[in-house]
Design a binder for this molecule. Structure first.
Ligand SMILES: CNC(=O)[C@H](Cc1ccc(NS(=O)(=O)O)cc1)NC(=O)[C@H](Cc1ccc(O)cc1)NC(=O)OC(C)(C)C
Length: 309
């Protein structure tokens, strides 16, 4: 148990891809069950097959002149069919728009609302989305500034004084800091109603890269699941563009829940394929795709991934 095997499963000839032939598959044996966790040589080809998934779908709302300034990046636009719609304000054109999509997870086809890091001009819309969706958890996977560049607005309070974002007051109740993440309890108030929302902020994940070590991500996912309110409300997930790091987090969260439910096999390709039908570039780089498999191997091998107390 726990021994890792490299097995050549079959020869294939793909002259445009690889000089040699054959997949090398990494699998590990736990409780006399062989778990195939990925084809090392095949990662590139498998990830490449995801390139065009979903790309034919329209993004007309995002392209409206009134909404263009609400997009952080010109090439990261939400598909119309899965976009989150804010409750419109009177007949104000574009008032239902935010750069965000519903994305499936282990528990439901619209388990997550994946969005870009709020801009200063969209942070009131961001809080309106959190309130109107009934969400009780935000997962943030970027720092606000990385290498001197703004990746995300500081959209929540710096201290315990309440801050208004539109007609929603946000108050930080308490904060727990760990080496790779911070969990903050926030009180949201709108009119006479109040609710508590947990903010899970992973702080050591470089843009376009992977956490170091990659298993820090598995620890964070486990810490999130242990503290996430067990309700059926959507979880808001964002990074800077809301595609690379957000897609990686959701894929690992989904796969680990399938493992815990004793799934017979894990179809990482199928999970990413399903997410990319709903939001563009979910899991953006091959390194992120491999990181997911590395985390799964660590969990299957029983590495100690307990979250800090
Ligand atoms: C490779 N970089 C990008 O694609 C980023 C968007 C982006 C995606 C993913 C991530 N990582 S994350 O999802 O993990 O936060 C960050 C930023 N886009 C931009 O910087 C685009 C340029 C671009 C790059 C690549 C491309 O294929 C098309 C257009 N620039 C851009 O939108 O410029 C503004 C911000 C001035 C409006």
């Amino acid at each position: 148990p726990g021994t890792k095997y490299y097995v050549k499963l079959r020869a294939f000839t793909a002259p445009d891809k690889f000089t040699d032939t054959g997949y090398t598959v990494v699998y590990t044996e736990v409780d006399n069950t062989a778990w195939i966790v990925g084809a090392c040589v095949g990662f590139s080809e498998e990830f490449e097959e995801l390139k065009h998934v979903g790309r034919e779908q329209p993004c007309t709302a995002a392209d409206l002149p009134v909404n263009r300034p609400k997009n952080r990046f010109t090439n990261i636009l939400p598909y119309d069919h899965s976009r989150y719609k804010l409750q419109p304000v009177d007949d104000e054109e574009g008032s239902d728009y935010i750069n965000a999509n519903f994305v499936p997870g282990h528990n439901s086809p619209r388990e997550f609302i994946v969005t870009q890091g709020p801009l200063h001009c969209t942070r009131d819309d961001f809080w309106r989305m959190c309130w109107e969706s009934g969400s009780r958890a935000i997962v943030m996977l970027t720092r606000c500034v990385e290498k001197g560049r703004e990746k995300c607005d500081r959209y929540w309070p710096y201290d315990t004084r309440p801050v208004y974002y539109g007609d929603i007051a946000v108050t930080a109740l308490n904060e727990s800091r760990y080496p790779d993440w911070t969990v903050t309890e926030l009180m949201l108030s709108r009119g006479a109603e109040q609710r508590v929302l947990k903010h899970f902020h992973f702080t050591t994940w470089p843009d376009f890269g992977v956490p170091e070590p990659p298993t820090a991500l598995a620890r964070f996912v486990r810490a999130f699941r242990e503290r996430c309110p067990p309700d059926a409300r959507p979880v808001v997930v964002h990074c800077s563009a809301g595609v690379g790091r957000s897609g990686t987090f959701i894929t690992l969260d989904t796969a680990l829940q399938q493992l815990a439910a004793h799934a017979e096999y894990l179809d990482v390709f199928g999970m990413v394929h399903a997410m990319r039908r709903e939001r563009v570039w979910m899991v953006q780089t091959e390194q992120q795709y491999i990181c997911i498999h590395q985390c799964l191997v660590a969990v299957l091998e029983g590495q100690d991934l307990a979250a800090p107390p």
